[in-house]
Design a protein around this ligand. Structure first.
Ligand SMILES: C[S@@+](CC[C@H](N)C(=O)[O-])C[C@H]1O[C@@H](n2cnc3c(N)ncnc32)[C@H](O)[C@@H]1O
Length: 229
């Protein structure tokens, strides 16, 4: 049985597979990495929630060459792929197996930046709020939380529009629609996306400032906020 967010039964097909089912996957990652105010030269400490195969992690470690990252995920098979991909970064990256919000952030460490990509939408509303509170607590003053994720439209016709857009994207990548539906519907069971508006309000309620949406393509969005100085 798959864990929430594993997407594919076999994690070794995740990298080519996710690009086929998440439109503008690299652009979403770029929007996350372009958003923090830090200089490339800063030795920032970063927590990543739901690192998966380490794709965003590798880009982050490259973009910020002095950074160090605690990369957390509850999936053993995803972490096996991440370990292989991130080996070259040595002790700048530590992989942690566990779930958020239960195990991470654990408040024993403090961070300048918390990032996540395509993972938080598996939590229900109460868990998302608890996670936002815990992220706020683990950030240093002035630190940022940036999340790139699936969001929900309130309007049914916009949900349908997003669905059509994804199906067209999948076909453009040469996948059979049936394969796509099998993989996607299996992972859909665990999906719990909230609206972008609700999540911006919840970040405010967790005391974040400068709360903002940064990028959006249909039902994929990058948003975040800052812990006050
Ligand atoms: C769709 S993948 C995204 C991976 C990567 N961030 C990316 O951009 O490709 C979601 C990842 O989040 C992990 N995940 C989902 N919910 C989680 C939770 N509550 N605790 C820990 N990991 C979780 C899954 O195991 C999976 O590796």
């Amino acid at each position: 049985m798959k864990k929430p967010g594993e997407v594919f039964a076999d994690a070794s097909v995740y990298d080519p597979g996710i690009e086929a089912i998440v439109p503008r996957y690299d652009e979403l990652h770029d929007a996350i990495l372009n958003s923090p105010p830090h200089d490339r030269s800063e030795a920032i400490r970063v927590l990543e929630l739901g690192t998966g195969t380490g794709e965003l992690t590798a880009k982050l470690l490259t973009r910020f060459p002095e950074s160090s990252v605690l990369a957390a995920d509850h999936s053993e098979q995803m972490l096996v792929e991440a370990e292989r991909k991130l080996e070259t970064f040595g002790d700048r990256v530590e992989l942690g197996q566990g779930a958020f919000p239960e195990d991470y952030p654990d408040q024993t460490d403090e961070f300048d930046l918390v990032v996540s990509s395509l993972a938080v939408h598996h939590l229900d509303e109460g868990e998302k709020k608890a996670l936002f509170d815990a992220i706020y607590d683990c950030l240093n003053p002035g630190g940022w939380f940036i999340n790139g994720d699936v969001v929900q439209f309130d309007a049914p016709h916009l949900e349908a529009l997003s669905g059509d857009m994804i199906e067209n994207w999948v076909r453009s990548k040469g996948w059979e629609e049936a394969d796509f539906m099998d993989e996607w519907e299996a992972s859909d069971d665990y999906d719990n996306p909230s609206t972008l508006t609700d999540q911006l309000v919840w970040l405010r309620e967790s005391e974040f400032e400068a709360v903002t949406s940064i990028w959006q393509y249909y039902n994929f969005a990058v948003y975040g906020g800052q812990k006050p100085e």
